[in-house]
Design a protein around this ligand. Structure first.
Ligand code: ZN
Length: 407
C-alpha cells in the first residue's frame, strides 16, 4: 500500500540528472523527455527526488524508445522505497547492534527525526536490512578475503533456541576467524536434516580451499554421524562449554538452591517503594500537616532504605534479618531518625530518590540470572548483594559523622 503523507508535508527537493548526456549508440545529445518523482523519508526529513529521464532524439537510432534514468537515484534509496539508505541502515544498526525493539525504534524515528513510520513498516525494513547483511556476510569474495591469512578451519555446530517454543536454530561457526557462517531453523534434529548443513559447510570449506582441522559440538548423535560421513578422518571434539557445564552440574544445582534461599530472604522492596511514593504524595499536598512520626522522617532522610522501613514492616515476618546472602540489617534506624528533622525540605526528595535507587538495584540483582559454569549466577548474586550491603554501611558511617552523603 502506498504511504500516505501527512497533509501539508513540505519536502526537500533533490534533482538528479543522467551523468553522461550523450547517446551510447549514436553519441547524440540526449533530450529530457520526462520526470519521475519519488517521495521518501531520509534523516534530512521528507525528501522528494526528481529524476530527469532522457531519450535519444534521433528517430532512426537503435536506442529509440529506451529511457535513461539518473544513476545516482540508487545511492539515495532503492526504487519505490519509502525510506532512504540512511534511515534503513540506522534502523538496522539500532536493532542489531543495540537490540532496540520495534516500538523503541518507532519512537526514536518519531522523536529524533520526526519520521512517522509504522511498526509494520519498521519490521519489514529490518527484514530487508537482515537480508542485505546476510548477503554481504556470505559473499564468497569477501569471505575469501577474510580467510586469506588463515591456514586451516575449525568448525562448530550447535542448536540454539533464541525464543522458547520456536524451532531450534542450527548455527555453523568457524572459530579461526570467529565468524558465523550460516544458520538455519530446523524442525527436527534428525540426521538427514542436520546432514544438509554439514554438507553445506563442506561446500563452503571447499570453495575457500582450506583444510578443516577439527569440528566441535555437543556431540549429539546426528552431529557425530553426519560429520563422520562428510568429513571422514577429521577430529570431532567435545565443546568445552558443554563439557564444563555437565561437569559442574552438581555445583550449579546447589548454586540454584542458594539463589532461591537468597531471594526468599531479601524481600519487601515493593512495600518500601510504596512508602516513599506515598510520602511524596503527602508532601505534595499543601494542607496536610508535616507528619512528625519517627519512621516517616527516617524514610525521608536516610540513605539506608531498609533500615528506615523496618518499623513499618512488622507485619512481614523478619524480612530484613541479617543473613549469609542478606543485604540489610535493622540496627541503624535510630541514627537515621535523629538526622531527619533538621534538613527536611531540601533533602526529602533526594533521600526518596536514593531509597528508590537502592530498591531498583536490589531488584535488578535478584532478577539477574546470567552466568555459566565458570561464573555461577548464585555466586554473582551473593557478591552483588554484599556490594549493596557495603554501600549501605558506608553511607551509614558517613551519617554518623553528621555529614549527609549521597549515594
Ligand atoms: Zn541515439
Amino acid at each position: 500500500m502506498a504511504y500516505r503523507w501527512p497533509a501539508g508535508t513540505t519536502c526537500k527537493r533533490i534533482a538528479l540528472a543522467v551523468e553522461d548526456r550523450s547517446c551510447p549508440v549514436c553519441d547524440r545529445a540526449l533530450h529530457v523527455g520526462d520526470h519521475r518523482y519519488h517521495a521518501l523519508w531520509t534523516f534530512e526529513g521528507p525528501t522528494q527526488v526528481v529524476n530527469r529521464l532522457v531519450r535519444c532524439p534521433d528517430p532512426s537510432c537503435q536506442s529509440r524508445g529506451r529511457t535513461f534514468s539518473p544513476e545516482a537515484a540508487c545511492s539515495i534509496s532503492m526504487p519505490r522505497w519509502g525510506i532512504g539508505w540512511d534511515v534503513l541502515c540506522g534502523l538496522g544498526h539500532r536493532r542489531l547492534a543495540r537490540h532496540g525493539s520495534v516500538p523503541q525504534l518507532r519512537l526514536a524515528l518519531q522523536d529524533t527525526h520526526q519520521i512517522a513510520w509504522s511498526d509494520d513498516a519498521i519490521a519489514h525494513s529490518i527484514g530487508v536490512y537482515q537480508t542485505l547483511l546476510a548477503a554481504r556476510q556470505q559473499d564468497p569474495d569477501r569471505l575469501a578475503e577474510a580467510y586469506r591469512d588463515i591456514e586451516s578451519l575449525v568448525l562448530t555446530i550447535d542448536g540454539l533456541q533464541p525464543e522458547k517454543g520456536h524451532e531450534t536454530l542450527y548455527v555453523v561457526r568457524e572459530l579461526k576467524s570467529k565468524r558465523v557462517w550460516f544458520a538455519e531453523p530446523l524442525l527436527s534434529s534428525a540426521e538427514p536434516e542436520v546432514r544438509r548443513l554439514i554438507v553445506l559447510a563442506r561446500q563452503w570449506a571447499e570453495r575457500l580451499a582450506k583444510p578443516v582441522r577439527a569440528w566441535m559440538s555437543d556431540k549429539q548423535d546426528a552431529f557425530v554421524k553426519a560429520i563422520a560421513t562428510e568429513f571422514p578422518g577429521i577430529p570431532h571434539r567435545y565443546c568445552q562449554n558443554h563439557f564444563v557445564r555437565d561437569l559442574a552440574k552438581p555445583v550449579l544445582d546447589m548454586d540454584s538452591q542458594a539463589k532461591v534461599t537468597m531471594r526468599s530472604k531479601v524481600r519487601g522492596l515493593r512495600a518500601i517503594e510504596r512508602r516513599v511514593l506515598a510520602e511524596r504524595r503527602q508532601a505534595a499536598a499543601p494542607e496536610s500537616p508535616p507528619p512528625p512520626a519517627a519512621p516517616q522522617g527516617a524514610a525521608r532522610s536516610t540513605a539506608a532504605p531498609p533500615a528506615s522501613a523496618t518499623p513499618a514492616q512488622a507485619a512481614t515476618p523478619a524480612p530484613y534479618a541479617s543473613s549469609a546472602g542478606g543485604v540489610l540489617h535493622t540496627d541503624s534506624a535510630p541514627e537515621a531518625t535523629s538526622l531527619a528533622t533538621a534538613e527536611e525540605p531540601e533533602i526529602e526528595d533526594e533521600a526518596g530518590e536514593v531509597v528508590l535507587g537502592y530498591c531498583a538495584a536490589v531488584r535488578g540483582i535478584l532478577n539477574h540470572s546470567q552466568g555459566g559454569p565458570l561464573h555461577p549466577p548464585g555466586l554473582r548474586m551473593s557478591e552483588a548483594l554484599q556490594d549493596v550491603r557495603d554501600s549501605l554501611d558506608r553511607n551509614l558511617g558517613a551519617k554518623k559523622g553528621g555529614r549527609p552523603s549521597r549515594c
